[in-house]
Design a protein around this ligand. Structure first.
Ligand SMILES: Nc1ncnc2c1ncn2[C@@H]1O[C@H](COP(=O)(O)OP(=O)(O)OP(=O)(O)O)[C@@H](O)[C@H]1O
Ligand SMILES: [Mg+2]
Length: 442
């Protein structure tokens, strides 16, 4: 991906309002990796990524930024919650599994590209297999004229299968073991080997059971998988995938504050939190992790950590880990104006979502501009008076305003319903100003 920092920020601007610093820092980090890859080997290996720590209270867009990046970037990218991991030796997911997940993600990307490139080959394979089932082949001894007829039939059949006309017919397929394979990336590579040999054994025992009656429609899906595993070169895919994960992979470590040990809650601290932090060190620093596809070095993987740090502070992380996230960005809390922009300027904003949902019921929902300002104002006020939950407040506030209308949508079929500022205030004034009420309702 060779987008310039400006282009990355431009893209993020469509979905995330304000938070300029965070966007800039991330965009720059991504570009730096691209620049690094253009250098000669000696220099290339000297340049380490600068990991990023995003700090900002809840609901201000931390996860949203990463979610959007993940969608846009064609680089291997995974988002994991730090709080989900347990220290090595305890039951649960160990931190190395995040690197394995990254490799799996990378493989999926490279494989999809290869499938795209070999689209016509794969299509042909699928088509031939299905037509073969629908039209039994002629015996060798058939006469020339019969063979001619057969060829014409074959062509006609191919067209009908291709157009979807035969989708409801059922055919019998012998499915290869790949279709019943299951994957658990959580397992260490030694166990994966065991798992693989088990599934091989079962696959041979159950050969007969692999015969299945399926509709042509489903067969198309199942055979595609078979085709890509037969026609694509898995070794070169894995090599390329490992290379990309090593040099371009990004791991987004969400909820990192949840594994920090805060002084305030000392008594209740889970002893394994510090263990998880210690386990993270070598991975963030750069080490080799073995996966079922081969060993991967984590030196150049970019880590972006994010956390609200309400209870704990970044300084509550063990010092070694703090040092491995040299770039700090703080996300601003949302003002009334930002909330207004989130409602009106983001692609797929909440207002658009509600309008689309109610459109299904045949009702035209519109918000007049003054009403949107009121919503932003009251949401901001509720954030001030109770907890600041950022843009998430908009969800609860809108839900409150629209609950009756949404419930009675059938009564408004074919009508236009305009949400006015008056209605917003009617529904909310009392709730927002009453501390107890708003704690429960908003
Ligand atoms: N700056 C923003 N621009 C647009 N939408 C936003 C912004 N901030 C938050 N949102 C919206 O608010 C919701 C919550 O945001 P998000 O998941 O990013 O919160 P977060 O910062 O990760 O909070 P937490 O610390 O609780 O995980 C999302 O639906 C997101 O679309
Ligand atoms: Mg989040």
């Amino acid at each position: 991906m060779n987008l310039t920092p400006k282009e990355i920020v431009e893209y993020l601007d469509k979905y995330v309002i304000s938070q300029k610093n965070a966007k800039k820092t991330i965009a720059l980090a991504l570009r730096t990796r691209y620049r690094r890859l253009q250098l000669d080997d000696e220099l290339k290996n000297e340049i380490m990524p600068k990991n990023i720590l995003m700090i900002g209270s809840t609901g201000v867009g931390k996860t949203e930024i990463s979610r959007r990046l993940a969608k846009m970037m064609k680089v291997p990218f995974i988002k994991v919650e730090a709080s989900k991991y347990t220290e090595v030796g305890f039951v649960g997911r160990d931190v190395e599994s995040m690197v394995r997940d990254l490799v799996v993600n990378s493989i999926a990307i490279v494989k999809a590209e290869q499938e795209e490139e070999n689209l016509s080959k794969i299509d042909n394979y699928v088509l031939n297999k299905i037509v073969e089932k629908l039209l039994p082949p002629l015996p060798e001894s058939a006469s020339e004229s019969k063979k001619d007829d057969y060829r014409r039939l074959l062509e006609a059949m191919e067209k009908r299968v291709d157009s979807g006309e035969m989708d409801d017919r059922t055919i019998e397929l012998e499915l290869d073991k790949i279709n019943i394979e299951f994957e658990d990336t959580n397992l260490p590579p030694e166990m994966v080997k065991v798992q693989e040999s088990f599934s091989k054994v079962f696959a041979t025992i159950n050969k007969e059971d692999n015969k299945k009656e399926v509709s042509v429609k489903d067969a198309k899906v199942l055979l595609r998988k078979e085709a890509s595993s037969k026609l694509l070169d898995m070794t070169s895919i894995t090599t390329e995938a490992l290379r990309r994960a090593e040099n371009g992979g990004i791991i987004f470590l969400d909820e990192i504050d949840k594994i920090a040990l805060s002084e305030k809650s000392q008594g209740r601290n889970d002893p394994s939190k510090e263990g998880v932090q210690r386990d993270l060190l070598p991975i963030v620093e750069g080490s080799s992790v073995s996966t079922k596809y081969g060993t991967i070095n984590t030196d150049h993987i970019l880590f972006i950590a994010a956390g609200a740090f309400h209870v704990s502070k970044p300084s509550d992380l063990i010092p070694e880990l703090q040092g491995r996230f040299p770039l700090r960005v703080e996300l601003e809390s949302l003002t009334e104006e930002t909330l207004y922009q989130i409602l009106t300027q983001t692609q797929n904003s909440l207002l658009k979502q509600y309008t689309a949902l109610l459109d299904v019921e045949g009702m035209r929902l519109t918000f007049d501009d003054e009403a949107v300002h009121s919503i932003a104002k009251l949401s901001h006020r509720a954030n001030e008076l109770t907890e600041d939950i950022g843009a998430r407040r908009l969800h609860t506030v809108l839900e409150k305003i629209l609950e009756d209308i949404s419930f009675n949508a059938d009564e408004y079929k074919g009508e236009e319903v305009i949400i006015t500022s008056k209605l917003v205030h009617e529904k909310l004034d009392e709730v927002v100003e009453d501390d107890d009420l708003s704690r429960y309702i908003l």
